[in-house]
Design a protein around this ligand. Structure first.
Ligand SMILES: [Fe+2]
Length: 406
């Protein structure tokens, strides 16, 4: 018997090896989310609970699968593009009568919102305490967006209208949908590519992105692990895919270039329905007067200072921002993972329109059945534990169910 020849070794160039190593580092860091001890403390210290009567068990009502959310506004409302002021929502003459959830910037701590079953489903995270360099990074990021806006957007105007408001945006990262064969990075070229890559690679942007993922990993570890499992499978299915940041679990982000990023009421129903979206506010505005995150289903207006991050289930909670002053600026970084990405991973990278009839039938069945699976991976907070370890502030909100926007 002839001795079989040894398997041919694939020639590996240094640059390939380096790229492979970088991907390995990226995978390890992002998916395992080691949260340094000092960062862990700042993400938990002085935490406050906001209890709500919202029930996250019913969020799949009206959806078509266990992946996508659903649009909740009619076209007429979207076309009106209303941006509300704080007074319109909470003032004595307000028709809404929403409650303000204040932020204490002098003694900051995370605020976690729980549903009727005491599950954490919304978070507000302050910057790391006692670390002025984080504020510098947040300010630097805002300055960079301001600087690059004229290069990316002619006359500073949005290139096309979008559902979230009237300010220019640029998505960066991994997408799937719209007839794509497989998940890939959103394509840019020329000056756009240069500018957005410059922004993406800045240390200040990396740091803001990592802060959000660490908060996610620490407060919702089960859901975070679920994301990590899917992102690991994505790396197996598309080995050359590159994430935005090595310490971020999210596949994509949108930079909201301002100068006045104030969103109209909307749901990001293309995001994974049980997932979270991380929004980091930046800019120069009085957070007590404007830039709040309005959570319509919860009846609250949440103070949202620059440098702070909110993690919200944006695929089903109706949300918007309050208006800011004319001479003020607000920008934001929004990180998320599209629902379609989870689905194509479950479908083993075979797009629906390339499936055989048999494959399609099985996939449709699998997607429909997903609605009956236990997808809710929020963290349950034990009441006694919460009372013992958390501060005094606990607000019971009563009027909750999916809000029907008039
Ligand atoms: Fe949103």
């Amino acid at each position: 018997m002839a001795i079989p020849a040894p398997p041919r070794k694939k020639r590996v160039t240094h640059s390939h090896a380096r790229r492979r190593k970088l991907r390995q580092v990226q995978k390890t860091d992002a998916l395992h989310a080691t949260v340094p001890a000092n960062h862990r403390i700042c993400l938990a210290h002085n935490a406050e609970q906001v209890e709500t009567a919202f029930d996250t068990e019913h969020i799949l009502n009206g959806t078509t699968s266990g992946y996508l959310g659903r649009e909740r506004l009619d076209q007429e409302t979207i076309d009106q593009r209303p941006v509300y002021s704080l007074d319109e929502l909470v003032g004595p003459t307000s028709e809404w009568g929403f409650e303000v959830i204040e932020a204490d910037v002098n003694n900051p701590g995370p605020t976690f919102f729980t549903d009727i079953n005491n599950q954490v489903f919304v978070l507000r995270i302050p910057p790391p305490q006692g670390d002025e360099t984080f504020f510098h990074d947040a300010q630097e990021a805002a300055g960079v967006f301001e600087k690059f806006r004229p290069y990316l957007f002619k006359d500073g105007k949005p290139r096309k209208t979008h559902r979230r408001g009237d300010f220019p945006v640029a998505p960066i990262g991994i997408s799937y949908g719209g007839g794509q064969d497989h998940p890939k990075r959103i394509y840019y070229k020329g000056l756009d590519l240069y500018a957005l890559e410059r922004i993406r690679n800045l240390p200040c942007i990396n740091r803001l992105a990592a802060h959000a993922s660490r908060a996610f990993a620490m407060w919702l570890p089960n859901l975070y692990s679920f994301y990590a499992g899917y992102m690991t499978r994505l790396l197996t299915l598309v080995p050359d895919i590159v994430f935005n940041w090595k310490d971020s679990i999210f596949a994509c982000c949108t930079i909201n270039f301002g100068p006045q990023t104030t969103t109209i009421p909307h749901v990001d129903y293309m995001n994974y329905v049980y997932g979270l979206c991380a929004v980091t506010a930046l800019g120069d505005f009085d957070y007590r007067q404007g830039g709040h995150l309005v959570l319509w289903d919860l009846g609250v207006v949440v103070e949202f200072p620059p440098g702070w991050t909110m993690l919200i289930p944006s695929a089903y909670l109706l949300h918007s921002n309050t208006s800011i002053g004319e001479d003020e600026s607000r920008y934001s970084i929004t990180q998320y993972t599209a629902a379609g990405l989870f689905r194509i991973i479950d479908d083993n990278r075979v797009p629906l329109n390339q499936m055989t009839a048999e494959q399609r039938e099985l996939a449709d069945q699998r997607h429909a059945e997903r609605k009956t699976e236990a997808l809710n991976r929020y963290t349950t907070v034990k009441k006694k534990l919460a009372a013992k370890h958390l501060s005094h502030c606990s607000i019971l909100l009563s009027q909750i169910s999916l809000y029907s926007y008039p």
